[in-house]
Design a protein around this ligand. Structure first.
Ligand code: DGL
Length: 263
């Protein structure tokens, strides 16, 4: 039985895996976390494209029928290029989140937060404007969020100060919808809500991504019906670190993490 291949720079993409398991319980999943080369968010476009191609080639060696790019940085800076290199369907995280945000906004002011690479690429802005040119898009890179989440700092004064400082321009701009444009940010949802107020809709694209994966597989006649899918996890370094992060992002313990020598 062919699998869905998912990759991310590290463990954050497990937030997408969690949703895939929920919506597509019969599908096998092969996950690759590039823990040897994380973070991607500060790297150049050329490097992210090169890493992504290597990651996809690795997954293609594991009999996958679709690739889900769970990383926002890769989806932002590399997706258009990597799509031209492969015939396998590739689903990224940008358009599913954008569709939900454009649907949700009432005052046509959407905020986008992400890594430096994601924000610099302007990918979210471009996609939003394609759907609705009247929407005002306010973007902000939040580079301290990833290390905070990975250290398990999800609440408290320090985190609250950092969140407040990054989100100030978005608050001033009165956004009513905020795209959490990074794998790690859904874990900061509750503190972001406290800072921005309940009236701001937070968009976590994982649910929409899983819907898009399901629709794509259905269109291609590749949906797996019946049976229970299994998950395989590969990393390029430090399986112990990944196992610790996995509990946080996936909400469950995982065993059988395999280290790959050469991607
Ligand atoms: N997975 C990355 C993203 O969603 C965050 C971590 C990194 O910088 O590699 O943008």
């Amino acid at each position: 039985m062919k699998s869905i291949g998912v990759f991310d720079s590290g463990a954050g993409g497990l937030t997408v895996v969690r949703e895939l398991i929920r919506q597509l319980p019969s599908e096998n999943i092969v996950y690759f976390g590039d823990t040897a080369r994380v973070p991607y968010g500060i790297k150049s476009k050329e490097t992210v494209i090169r890493f992504s191609i290597e990651n996809i080639l690795f997954l293609l060696g594991h009999d996958v029928k679709l690739i889900c790019v769970a990383c926002n940085t890769v989806s932002s800076v590399a997706l258009p290029v990597i799509k031209t290199h492969f015939r396998v369907p590739i689903v990224g995280v940008i358009s599913p989140g954008v569709r939900e945000a454009v649907y949700a906004t009432r005052n046509k002011r959407i905020g986008v937060i992400g890594t430096k690479g994601t924000i610099r690429s302007r990918a979210y802005e471009i996609e939003i404007k394609k759907l609705d040119p009247d929407v005002k898009v306010i973007t902000q890179a939040c580079p301290l969020f990833v290390p905070l989440v990975e250290e398990g700092w999800l609440a408290g004064n320090v985190v609250s100060d950092v969140v407040r400082s990054y989100l100030k321009p978005l608050k001033v701009a009165r956004v009513d919808t905020l795209i959490l444009g990074c794998t790690h940010y859904p874990l900061l949802k509750s503190i972001i809500k406290d800072v921005l107020g309940k009236s701001v809709t937070l968009i976590d694209s994982a649910k929409q991504v899983a819907i898009e994966v399901k629709e794509t597989l259905a269109q291609e006649g590749m949906l797996n019906k019946g049976g229970r899918g299994r998950q395989l996890f590969y990393v390029s370094d430090n399986p112990e670190w990944f196992a610790g992060q996995a509990e946080r992002f996936l909400g469950q313990k995982i065993r059988n993490i395999r280290k790959v020598e050469n991607v």
